[in-house]
Design a protein around this ligand. Structure first.
Ligand code: CAP
Ligand code: MG
Ligand code: MG
Ligand code: MG
Length: 472
């Protein structure tokens, strides 16, 4: 069927959600989105594309008598299609969205009801593009990887972290001892695992107290700053804030703690509440359950890239972006790296859009030229917040171990990330401290450009890690 025939098949309702000659989708009025869409048999491709635009903006499955000329100006518009690849481009007048920079509201539109429509057998949001004027309305990150680097005084390598394992079941004291072992083994950053909360065998307040003691001891022993990322996800906002305040009242100095939030299961309101209430804290977005939407083989949902871009817009300081196939989690290498670059850089190519996160006025060519040149040469200006929405840090985790650090850095093409290795550290034959040492040694080898096998000849913990993990 040709496009002409498709267009003729549309009813007047559907016609009000399409304009394949939209003059300038990037005029600043629209947030743009690209979906992969396969219609079920009842309707044709274009009919379903417009039905998706209707349901994800102002409409429903029939034209209603209550529409007004103004309400129609808020209709999302299908402005481009690719019949061969089953792609639809939709422009959303971002005036539709809740004022005050609300992320959950946008997602309720663009990956809300539409994912449940009978008329689609596949609908996956692949990429989004925000106009500069829209970026101005959203928080974006405040406390970033740059602040974390300054606090730790670490610049030319990834931030080396762990997740305490077993995932659950240690008492507060045992938990803190594992953290201590990792820190004195040389690690920088310890995180709670994603289900850590206030379990009876590891009461939250006791866990916080023991971690503080362990951190003080480790800082004293090593002379190095350390960080702990506390999971503050909870049943309700009051409890979440209570946990945040418990941590702050325990005497952790600013920079030594981060707030971890299970952003998918706890929700975007929790992410944004933390960002707004605690702008001086690293907000660590754990994405447990994202697989339901993002797995490459899932026909219905959204991509890691979309999730990561919204995490930056919401103001997460860092989000897990996957190990590009190097670790244990299913993920498309290209997707993971594209996501990491899109949240780190000020200008980055997505699957369909090049996103500039600069909020400099479009017409200020000088600033934009400087921004583009700077991004091109990766000259990280001291404080780049003036340039636009600050960076969000990729957090690289699932299934990594010291032998996989360099392979990941090579794929990533840089060291601007936090890595958190759980089993990769605590499965080491000689325990956590040795595991941490092996991780540090593998990073030293990378920085010194020495092959880890060679480096392991004079570093036994690394040698033990290589023989253990390679066997696996
Ligand atoms: C990793 C982890 C992380 C996952 C999250 C886990 O443990 O703590 O939650 O990596 O995946 O519970 O599996 P290991 P992602 O280091 O022992 O694998 O980073 O892809 O969101
Ligand atoms: Mg409804
Ligand atoms: Mg011990
Ligand atoms: Mg985990």
């Amino acid at each position: 069927m040709t496009i002409k025939k498709f267009l003729k098949s549309l009813n007047s309702h559907q016609e009000s959600y399409i304009n394949l000659d939209l003059p300038n989708p990037k005029n600043g009025e629209y947030m743009l989105a690209v979906y992969h869409m396969i219609p079920t048999k009842e309707l044709n491709f274009l009919q379903v594309a417009t039905e998706v635009a209707a349901e994800s903006s102002t409409g429903t499955n029939f034209a209603v008598q209550t529409e007004t000329p103004f309400s129609k100006t808020l209709n999302a518009i299908v402005y481009k299609i690719d019949l061969k690849k089953n792609l639809i481009w939709i422009a959303f007048p971002w005036r539709l969205f809740d004022r005050g920079g609300n992320i959950q509201n946008i997602l309720t539109y663009i990956v809300g009801n539409v994912l449940g429509m009978k008329q689609v057998s596949a609908l996956k949001l692949l990429d989004v593009w925000f106009p500069p004027a829209m970026l101005e309305q959203y928080d974006g990150p405040n406390y970033t990887l740059d602040d974390l680097r300054k606090y730790l005084n670490i610049y030319n390598r990834p931030i080396l972290g762990t997740i305490v394992k077993p995932k659950m079941g240690l008492t507060s004291a045992e938990y803190a001892e594992v953290a201590y072992d990792f820190w004195v083994g040389g690690g920088d950053f310890v995180k709670n695992d994603e289900p850590q909360a206030n379990q009876d065998f590891c009461p939250y307040d006791k866990m916080v107290k023991h971690v503080k003691e362990a951190m003080d001891k480790a800082v004293k022993k090593t002379g190095k700053k350390k960080i702990h990322s506390f999971n503050v996800s909870a049943s309700d906002f009051d409890t979440m804030i209570e946990r945040c305040e418990m941590i702050r009242n325990e005497g952790f100095e600013s920079g030594s703690y981060a707030f971890l939030i299970d952003g998918i299961t706890a929700g975007w309101m929790a992410v944004q509440t933390l960002r707004r209430k605690y702008p001086d804290v690293f907000i660590h977005f754990h994405r447990a359950a994202h697989g339901a939407f993002t797995r490459p083989e899932n026909p219905i949902g959204f991509t890691v890239l979309v999730l990561s871009k919204f995490a930056r817009l919401a103001g997460a300081s860092g989000i897990h972006t996957g190990t590009a196939g190097v670790g244990k989690m299913k993920g498309d290498p290209k997707e993971d790296i594209t996501s990491a670059n899109n949240i780190l850089k000020l200008l980055a190519k997505g699957h369909f859009f090049e996103q500039s996160w600069a909020t400099a006025p479009e017409n200020d060519k000088d600033i934009l030229k400087l921004v583009h040149e700077d991004s091109a040469h990766h000259v990280i200006l001291e404080d780049d917040s003036w340039r636009g929405m600050k960076k969000c840090c990729p957090i690289i985790s699932g299934g990594l171990n010291p032998t996989l650090l360099k392979p990941f850095i090579d794929i990533m093409g840089g060291v601007d990330f936090i890595t958190t290795m759980g089993a990769g550290c605590h499965a080491h034959p000689r325990g956590t401290q040795a595991g941490a040492k092996a991780l540090i040694q593998s990073c030293e080898a990378y920085v010194k450009k020495i092959d880890i096998k060679k480096y392991s000849k004079t570093h036994k913990e690394l040698a033990e890690a290589i023989s253990f993990f390679k066997k696996k």
